[in-house]
Design a protein around this ligand. Structure first.
Ligand SMILES: Nc1ccn([C@@H]2O[C@H](COP(=O)(O)OP(=O)(O)OP(=O)(O)O)[C@@H](O)[C@H]2O)c(=O)n1
Ligand SMILES: C[C@](O)(CO)[C@H](O)COP(=O)(O)O
Length: 221
């Protein structure tokens, strides 16, 4: 079987509010995106790596790779206006039967074990996404009123999200809706049940400035 990793780095990082887009910020002296690529390159599955980046950042990325002597092989694909379109561009570029793990560039602490678990589980069930249970109590806000939800029925979704290429290609032919905040939502809307594998608490998404500080601390340990 063939394996691909689609690492999406086409976002603009509005919530991070840094001049340099967050995927290029230094984490333990290496750009965030390079940590993420390294994790996939070091996994047992050894997927072919596709990195999705805004077209106007491709030259900047080439310069960064030179500066950091970063030579893990990967293909560059142009990002889209929404994460949905960034993933779609990458999925459309894959031409051979395979399993595809889609991963946020800004989750650089993903472990090789989680990557391999997602691929293995998707091979058995068609799809598998990483998720963890909430350790906080959870409430829902509807029509101005809040109500408690059953915590053990709630999962917080991460990436990798791994699917057979066939399932992904068909699902990404749907029109974009704002309900699609991840790949599982796109595949679910196409009629599939989504399988969860145990994610990792360390697998944080760098969204706000504090997340970068947390990632530094987690890497120190
Ligand atoms: N058009 C987009 C939007 C997002 N992403 C990627 O999807 C991942 C998760 O998105 P998020 O954390 O929301 O990143 P941003 O969109 O960059 O952040 P913000 O929403 O704060 O602007 C990131 O790795 C981001 O680069 C992408 O490839 N293409
Ligand atoms: C894909 C994702 O990381 C799963 O938790 C998340 O949905 C991305 O959301 P964002 O608001 O675009 O960061």
């Amino acid at each position: 079987m063939k394996y691909y990793a689609v690492i999406v780095a086409g976002g603009s990082g509005n919530r991070m509010q840094t001049e340099t887009p967050k995927q290029f910020l230094l984490l333990k002296n290496l750009p965030v995106l390079m940590h993420t690529i390294k994790a996939f390159a070091q996994s047992d599955t050894q997927p072919k790596i596709i990195v999705v980046l805004h077209e106007n950042q491709h030259k900047y990325w080439a310069r960064l790779c030179e500066e950091f002597n970063f030579n893990i092989p990967h293909t560059l694909i142009a990002g889209g206006t929404e994460r949905f379109y960034s993933v779609k561009n990458a999925v459309e570029s894959i031409k051979e039967e395979s399993f595809v793990a889609i991963h946020d560039a800004v989750r650089p602490l993903v472990s090789t074990v989680l990557i391999d678990n997602c691929f293995r589980s998707a091979e058995m069930q068609g799809n598998a996404i990483a998720a963890v249970q909430s350790s906080d109590s959870v409430r829902m806000l509807k029509n101005g009123k809040t109500s408690a939800l059953k915590r053990d029925e709630i999962y917080l979704v991460q990436t990798p999200q791994t699917f057979s290429l066939e399932i992904l290609k068909k699902a990404y032919k749907q029109d974009f809706t704002t309900h699609f905040t991840d790949d599982a939502s796109v595949v679910e809307a196409d009629g599939y049940e989504i399988n969860i594998v145990e994610g990792e608490r360390n697998n944080i998404k760098i969204t706000y400035p504090i997340d970068l500080e947390l990632a530094e601390l987690l890497l120190k340990n």
